[in-house]
Design a protein around this ligand. Structure first.
Ligand code: ADP
Ligand code: MG
Length: 659
């Protein structure tokens, strides 16, 4: 609603009754203009046509009640540092005690005889008491039609800004500006949603609670349209301004590479490579997301893609989120590529590139690294392709920075986090998507169990048995050092000694993000070589690690992790031909958490798991709020607004095509 709507850009300070102090308070709520005010979303609504009688209030059930203050007083103790302010409310049915601890100034706001609305949950029934309720004093002579006898919005507020003042201001502003709210172009002709002006009225003065959802949906629509415009114009601009580097290659190296690989590509891998090859030879740079569940074989696809650029004479940069993973890729690619005469270099925080290579005449090089690749020191001569592994661990800004090391190089980003389609269409809306929807044949099954902590000794016994059969195991804890005794959250460094004893004479290695790089390397190396049978680690092993002989994964305090993250962790096993076992330990006390974890027992479908996570924890958790470049929506919600995401995407797409 920002374009061409000048009256709505009026600063709030110009509204009647809004002085400089109020302007400052509103600014704290990010309200600067009339438009901001009109879009200030109520935190909740209260049906003030019916109040609960005090006698009907239930323990732990939020409700609004109304009565008169019959007594009030402040008690102090501890030399005045501690206090409780209390008033007693009476409505003819019963009395209610309302208390505020250590907020002595609350005394100023109430006096005996006041007519007060109280919202909260009883925390004791004898006497009926609510601690720290929300309250509103009904003022004599104020505009009752705004605050009473209807469905009333309750806004996010800030210190010193009374709810009723804000509500009155917004109500007045809606009256004054409603007719001046222009209908944005994409809003015209929507059959199932109200016009913008009407939606804003419903947001602040709904007739019924159901109206508030109608308003929310319409405002979500506008947010999603804005997002789609941003995404889609970015892509259009790229297409207009850039020319694709000729990186499709001649198949020479790839053919050799695939011949020495020792397995056949899956149908899905081949299909994806065909899509990529078309992009690498196209008039515009590739911008492609490769999605494939853990273990689906994305690395080989990345290698083949890299070879297309390398055999075309261009450099390639492959970025991974952890040193451990960069190291592993380096190892694999060097093994694969040295026979092809391609040089491979590693760049991490602890290993800088060999500066001598800058002096040699240019020969196409693959640079593998962590975010060290983003730093200035890295300056490839002829960057043709950027590959980002585990893309969800990086921000959009980091991706762009690496791309700027070349002149519109091709981009392949890879992720195993299965993003539900609606979310993918938005955060990855400027990328084409390829999916590897099949695992290589011959993979053994992973069985997953959720168990209570009391079962740990049995689990250890099971692990010992597997080790005797020649297998290896991961054990994962949420923390590095700071165990949380009270909540029982375990830290690897604390448990290390204990587990060494538990598994003796087998050997246990310790791996976490705070170790020095050499130490990490040593541990990983020992684990790969089966010199260490149990790897005790934090979630640093979440991404990428590939040790096919490891067939057991034990995750303690599993409820501390998101489902998608657990699925990733679980992807570290089941990589060989042996059956694999994932054991999730959750506190028996936390029934809800164990229930949530059952999804992992039931399915290995990454998409279903991600959907479940999205439902439980929201989009920000799933993709990393800042990482994702997602704007903070006020109204839109990926779970509820799937249909709107699809719709706005195609509406905006159509309109950009026409232009
Ligand atoms: P992810 O997609 O999780 O990155 P990787 O690329 O690490 O998976 O592959 C997992 C394992 O599967 C590796 O050991 C890899 O060598 C192997 N692999 C990849 N593609 C195939 C295939 N077509 N057939 C058999 N094994 C494969
Ligand atoms: Mg991988």
């Amino acid at each position: 609603m920002s374009q061409g709507s000048a009256p709505l850009e009026t600063p709030v300070g110009e509204l009647r009754g809004v002085g400089s102090e109020r302007v400052a308070q509103l600014a704290r709520l990010e309200i600067q203009t009339v438009s901001d005010l009109l879009l200030h979303r109520p935190r909740r609504y209260e049906d003030r046509r019916h109040f609960k009688a005090i006698a009907e209030l239930q323990l732990n059930e939020a409700a609004t009640t109304r009565g008169k203050i019959v007594a009030a007083g402040l008690k102090r103790w501890g030399g005045g540092s501690k206090s409780v302010f209390e008033f007693i409310l009476e409505d003819g049915s019963a009395r209610l005690h309302c208390r505020w601890w250590n907020l002595p100034f609350m005394e100023k706001y109430f006096k005996v005889g006041d007519d007060v609305l109280v919202y909260g949950k009883l925390n004791s029934a004898k006497p009926r008491t609510i601690d720290h309720p929300e309250t509103e004093v009904v003022e004599v002579g104020e505009d009752v039609s705004i605050h009473l006898n209807r469905v009333v919005p309750v806004y996010p507020a800030t210190e010193g800004l009374p709810q009723r003042w804000l509500r009155s201001l917004i109500a007045r502003t809606v009256e004054e500006f409603e007719a001046k709210i222009p209908e944005p172009p994409f809003g015209k002709g929507l059959k199932d949603l109200p016009g913008l002006a009407h939606a804003i009225r419903l947001l602040h003065s709904p007739e019924e609670i159901a109206d508030t959802e109608i308003a929310r949906r319409r405002l979500a629509f506008d947010e999603l349209v804005d997002l789609q415009i941003a995404i889609q114009t970015r892509r259009k601009r790229l297409e207009a301004n850039s020319r694709g580097l000729p990186c499709a290659g001649n198949n020479q190296l790839i053919r050799k590479f695939l011949a020495q690989l020792g397995f056949q590509l899956t149908t899905a891998q081949t299909k994806v490579l065909r899509e990529i090859r078309a992009d690498m030879g196209a008039a515009q740079p590739m911008r492609r997301l490769l999605q494939g569940d853990v273990g689906s074989g994305k690395t080989v696809v990345a290698a083949s893609t890299a070879l297309m650029a390398l055999e075309s004479g261009f450099d390639v940069a492959l970025m991974a989120p952890t040193e451990i993973l960069a190291e592993q890729h380096f190892r694999n690619f060097r093994k694969w590529f040295s026979e092809l005469g391609i040089s491979v270099e590693l760049l991490t925080g602890s290993i800088k590139t060999n500066s001598a290579s800058a002096l040699r005449p240019h020969s196409a090089t693959l640079f593998v690294g962590t975010h060290a690749l983003i730093e200035n020191a890295f300056a490839p001569k002829k960057l043709g392709l950027v590959v980002i592994d585990e893309q969800h661990k990086f921000g959009v800004a980091q991706r762009e920075k690496l791309l700027r090391k070349g002149v519109f190089p091709h981009l392949l980003v890879m992720t195993a986090t299965p993003i539900p389609r609606t979310l993918g269409l938005t955060i990855y809306g400027d990328l084409d998507i390829s999916v590897i929807d099949q695992l290589p044949a011959g993979r053994a099954k992973i069985k997953t169990f959720v168990r209570a902590e009391e079962k740990l000794p049995k689990v250890w016994e099971f692990i010992r048995e597997k080790i005797s059969e020649g297998r290896q195991a991961f054990i994962v804890y949420p923390r590095v050092e700071e165990a949380d005794e009270k909540s029982g959250i375990k830290a690897v460094t604390k448990e290390f000694e204990k587990l060494q004893k538990t598994f003796a004479p087998h050997r246990v290695g310790l791996l976490h993000g705070k170790l020095r790089s050499e130490e990490k390397d040593q541990v990983m190396e020992a684990f790969r070589a089966n010199k260490v049978q149990v790897l005790l680690a934090t979630s640093v092993i979440e991404v990428g690690i590939d040790v096919p002989n490891a067939t057991v994964m034990l995750i303690e305090n599993a409820d501390q992790f998101g489902l998608a993250q657990l699925h990733q962790l679980r992807g570290r096993i089941g990589r060989g031909a042996e059956n694999s076992f994932c054991i999730l330990i959750a506190s028996a006390k936390n029934v809800e958490a164990s229930e949530r974890l059952r999804v992992l027992e039931e399915t290995s479908d990454g998409f279903r798991i991600a959907e479940e996570d999205l439902k439980l924890r929201g989009a920000g958790e799933l993709v990393g709020q800042q990482q994702s470049g997602l704007p903070p929506f006020q109204f839109a919600d990926f779970q509820r607004d799937r249909e709107l995401v699809e719709r706005t995407r195609s509406i905006v797409g159509e309109s950009l095509k026409i232009k």
